[in-house]
Design a protein around this ligand. Structure first.
Ligand code: TMP
Ligand code: ASP
Length: 234
């Protein structure tokens, strides 16, 4: 499978058409951004690590019955994916208070939530990905009620699967972000699942093992991404 034409470049990935009209190649870059790309940098080999981690997690989710855009990992940085129309929502699931939720509600990071907190954000950097609800989504015609039901149901299932998996790898899944796409009238999981899009804390020590090391200048960024890869991919 070959890249033919670049159709999109995001902050962490590029997307290319292939000879198959239904298949794209997603290339993982080393570029790192935070705070709506006002902070920019490079994490050496992040693309390679995130491609491998996303592959492992998409395979795990597929095996548990979650439909995803994943087809196969082609090489270090490239993944073949089903062509989807991305729904412009960033869906977050939170098991422990951190980041945006701590800031929004004036809470301390680290409070364990009795039940997961499910949120929709409108995917728009210029607006700072604002928190919205299903009424906004329907008013803006971003997704239908049936699509939102599917997204919500899948997100809770994904949280259960990933929490259990990370737990077995000595990591606590604090929160994460998902994106969904339409593929032949079906809603499927798209984008990536990686330390860029999840908060992962080492159990007991609570050491941060995700992109917060870059966002907050905590150091040992590359080393930590490699360590997470070893913990996750056998
Ligand atoms: P938040 O606490 O900053 O809202 O982030 C929640 C989760 O979503 C966290 O695991 C990091 C991830 N995330 C992204 O993947 N992309 C983003 O643009 C943001 C803000 C967060
Ligand atoms: N990726 C996002 C950005 O650049 C934010 C983040 O992950 O913190 O804006």
């Amino acid at each position: 499978m070959k890249k033919i034409e670049q159709v999109y470049e995001g902050k962490a990935k590029k997307l290319f058409t292939t000879e198959d009209a239904d298949v794209y190649i997603q290339e993982f870059k080393d570029d790192a951004t935070a705070f709506d790309a006002t902070k920019r940098g490079t994490i050496v080999d992040k693309g390679v690590v995130n491609n491998k981690i996303s592959t492992k997690l998409f395979q795990l989710l597929e095996a548990k019955g979650i439909p995803t855009h994943f087809i196969e990992r082609l090489n270090d940085r490239d993944m073949a994916v089903k062509k989807v129309e991305i729904i412009p929502l960033e869906v977050t699931m939170r098991n422990v208070v951190a980041g945006g939720m701590a800031k929004l509600l004036g809470l301390d990071e680290g409070i364990v939530l009795d039940e997961p907190v499910f949120e929709y954000h409108y995917k728009d950097d210029a607006l700072h990905d604002p928190l919205i609800n299903d009424f906004h989504i329907k008013a803006l015609k971003l997704a239908t009620s049936a699509e939102l039901d599917t997204i919500k149901d899948m997100s809770f299932k994904i949280n259960d699967i990933l929490k259990e998996f990370f737990d077995s790898r000595n990591l606590d899944l604090i929160d994460f972000k998902l994106e969904f796409g339409r593929c032949k009238d079906k809603v499927i999981l798209a984008d990536e699942i990686s330390p860029d899009t999840c908060r992962l804390w080492e159990k007991k020590s609570k050491r941060k093992m995700d992109k917060d090391r870059f966002r907050r200048d905590l150091g040992n960024i590359e080393e930590t991404y490699q360590e997470v890869l070893k913990m996750i991919v056998d």
